[in-house]
Design a protein around this ligand. Structure first.
Ligand code: ADP
Ligand code: MG
Length: 253
């Protein structure tokens, strides 16, 4: 069985990219075949797994706009079992270029279907917007993981995201599910974090992952070394929790 999961929240800085890279690495280290799809023009997932964007031949832009076969855009990473379709800044123009095209919402879905049988998990790292790239991701996905940062206004903006999910369910992808809600960057020293956890659990109930990602400095250092936390510092708290999350995700197969 193969599962495609979009990691989405239109807020920036909530841990989408950190979760894509490290959940992907965690799943791969547990023996799963994983494809990361970077669909954020910033390309942080791409550089986060050690890919030099200047060396990228075909990126997600070429798949969506030029209909390049996904096989020609898949790159191996420095982690066994983890591949990536990279993003470069070229993608920044895609939102506008897609406007006049036919079936613009289903381009990613059609393309990923060609390689889906080769992977146990496809994780799509979405940009911080609810534009056409995120719509493509939600249309291509079986389910969505929503990372929520444990801070004031954690729930702010979520109704827009859930509304977008509902619209995609209604018009483009009737089987789209919410895979889980992930609490990120918890600062265990403050009461605020605990309050946010309670608030989010009240709202999403059993959809909230038992695994909660704490603030961990090693998690923020790893990307500048082009590495996941699993390879950068396997003994860190960050590596421990993302492995735990990977096991939890597998348990809902
Ligand atoms: P997004 O993709 O949603 O914009 P990122 O994953 O890029 O968010 O995270 C935003 C910033 O916070 C990055 O600099 C990242 O390294 C850092 N970060 C993410 N998760 C953690 C964490 N659990 N602990 C410490 N820093 C984190
Ligand atoms: Mg990001």
């Amino acid at each position: 069985m193969s599962k495609t999961i979009a990691i989405a929240n239109q807020k920036g800085g909530v841990g989408k990219t950190t979760t894509s890279v490290n959940l992907g690495a965690g799943l791969a280290s547990l023996g799963k075949r994983v494809l990361l799809v970077d669909i954020d023009p910033q390309g942080n997932t791409t550089s986060g797994v050690g890919i030099n964007k200047a060396d990228v031949e075909n990126c997600i832009y070429d798949i969506i706009i030029n209909e390049v076969h996904p096989k020609d855009a898949i790159n191996p990473t420095n982690i066994e079992g983890l591949d990536i379709i990279p993003a470069t800044i070229q993608l920044a123009g895609a939102e506008i270029e897609l406007v006049p095209t036919i079936s613009r919402e289903v381009r990613l879905k059609k393309s990923l279907q060609l390689v889906k049988p080769n992977y146990d998990y496809i994780l799509i790292d979405c940009p911080p917007s609810l534009g056409i790239l995120t719509i493509n991701s939600l249309t291509a996905a079986d389910s969505v993981i929503i990372p929520i940062q444990c801070e004031y206004y954690a729930l702010e903006g979520l109704s827009q995201l859930l509304n977008t999910v509902r619209l995609v369910q209604k018009h483009l992808n009737t089987s789209l599910k919410i895979e889980g809600v992930l609490l990120t960057m918890l600062d265990a020293r403050t009461n605020l974090g605990i309050q946010v956890i309670e608030e989010v659990k009240k709202y999403f109930q059993e959809k909230v992952y038992k695994t909660i990602i704490p603030r961990n400095i090693r998690l923020s250092e790893a990307p500048s070394h082009g590495q996941s936390i699993i390879t950068y510092d396997p003994r860190s708290k960050g590596a421990e929790v993302y492995l735990e999350l990977a096991k939890e995700v597998i348990s809902y197969e």
